[in-house]
Write a protein that binds this ligand. Structure first.
Ligand code: PLP
Length: 395
């Protein structure tokens, strides 16, 4: 018999699987090109050429015993130093190799961090809408998820509601900017205000509150918007990064945690992150791809491709009369369900062979997420279906 905790997780994940199966079923009836699957954040661009070249170079030139063997739990020292140098050059930070723990994607890094810091009952504050998997990650370590309500239409966090969510049991706050699912980039003003509230709460309760900044979309920003680097606003920050989106390497499972050198209990924390990597069974981040990404730290997929997709989709939404959040980054368009019922909108969309995700699972009822990491042709062909969907709201 599987555990009760696992039973809940299986039940919740079957909704996503059901959507996946539904897509396959629709594709078999109507043809894959006539099903418009906007449900997954799976990049639609190949990894930049530099990645293949770096992989080949490692295979051709590295000692295979060293390349394929065990290593320190936190990753290769030269790779960690390269990541630190790259961050310092870009964000004026003061990392060295000891601050970096290579991880199995962002998901692996987030779990490693939570394993390292949570005692049962500790609270982790997230700001809605949030990446739904956070709830599972916090539950993995018997933490308590505390959700700050969404703040439409800007979706910059409601600072008063955030301050009210911080308690003596708050161990960590997770933010995600550029944001999945809204595409919003948290501004300097927002990051300053969040940091001020966390410092106030630390002082009030005599505790340490870590900021876990989940940044898999760091490079994916549009239209002259820049993403301020959250760690410079708050010293107790651990930045989680992933190469899944910026280099289209989602299946390779590679990322890192960067611990601010001024973080409380720095040595203990970094040590615990390494041990957590081991005891969670990752042991270390995958070797070959770890070495390759270290040579591609300044590379990125063509961000303009996603920006154009977003612009094309926005035009369709305008024609439909659907309200949406202006996307500044990531590759999601966040659209308001005209009658406030996101589940119904997604069910109706399916009748037009459109697969969208209801945002109730992201803690934000009444909105839907459209992932535009798809081909421009898919977006162009989907227009008629979206117009048909919009028509149903006019009847
Ligand atoms: N965090 C956010 C906000 C995401 O959107 C995702 C994936 O879509 C992840 C974490 C997990 O990313 P990874 O593939 O690097 O584990």
């Amino acid at each position: 018999m599987i555990s009760e905790k696992m039973r809940n997780m299986v039940k919740n994940s079957s909704a996503i699987r059901a959507m996946f199966e539904e897509g396959k079923k629709l594709a078999s009836v109507y043809g894959a090109e006539n099903v418009y699957d906007f449900s997954l954040g799976n990049p639609n661009l190949p990894a930049p050429e530099e990645v293949a070249a770096a992989l080949k170079n490692e295979i051709d030139n590295c000692d295979p015993l060293a390349l394929h063997g065990y290593m320190s739990n936190a990753g290769y020292e030269d790779v960690r130093q390269a990541v630190a140098d790259n961050l310092n050059a870009r964000f004026d930070t003061k990392y060295d190799g000891s601050c970096i723990v290579m991880s199995v994607g962002a998901a692996g890094g987030l779990n490693v961090f939570l394993k390292a810091v949570l005692d049962p009952g500790d609270e982790v504050v997230v700001i809605a809408p949030f990446f739904g998997e956070y709830a599972n990650y916090v539950a993995n370590f018997d933490g308590r998820l505390v959700v700050v309500k969404p703040n439409p239409p800007t979706f910059q966090p409601d600072i008063k509601a955030f301050a009210d969510a911080l308690t003596s049991r708050t161990k960590a706050v997770i933010i995600n900017t550029p944001n999945n699912p809204t595409g919003v980039v948290y501004s300097e003003k927002t990051l300053t205000a969040l940091a001020d509230e966390m410092r106030k709460a630390e002082k009030k309760f005599g505790t340490t509150i870590y900021l876990l900044s989940d940044e898999p979309y760091r490079e994916l920003v549009y239209g002259g918007v820049t993403q301020p680097y959250p760690a410079v606003f708050y010293k107790n920050t651990v930045s989680g990064y992933s190469f899944s989106k910026s280099l289209s390497l989602a299946g390779e499972r590679i990322g890192y945690l960067a611990v601010n050198p001024e973080c409380a209990d720095f040595q203990d924390l970094v040590g615990a992150l390494g041990v957590a990597t081991r005891v969670l069974g990752f042991v270390n981040a995958p070797s070959l791809i770890q070495r390759a990404v270290a040579k591609c730290l300044d590379s990125s997929v063509d961000v303009g491709y996603y920006e154009k997709n977003g612009a094309a989709l926005k035009k369709i939404m305008d024609k439909c009369g659907f309200e949406y959040v202006e996307p500044e980054g990531a590759f999601y368009l966040f659209v308001k369900a005209p009658d406030g019922d996101d589940a119904k909108m997604c069910a109706k969309a399916k009748e037009f062979r459109l697969l969208l995700v209801p945002a109730t699972g992201f803690g934000c009822k009444g909105w839907v997420r459209i992932a535009y990491c798809v081909s421009p042709e898919t977006i162009a062909r989907s227009e008629k279906s979206f117009l048909g969907l919009a028509e149903t709201y006019r009847k």
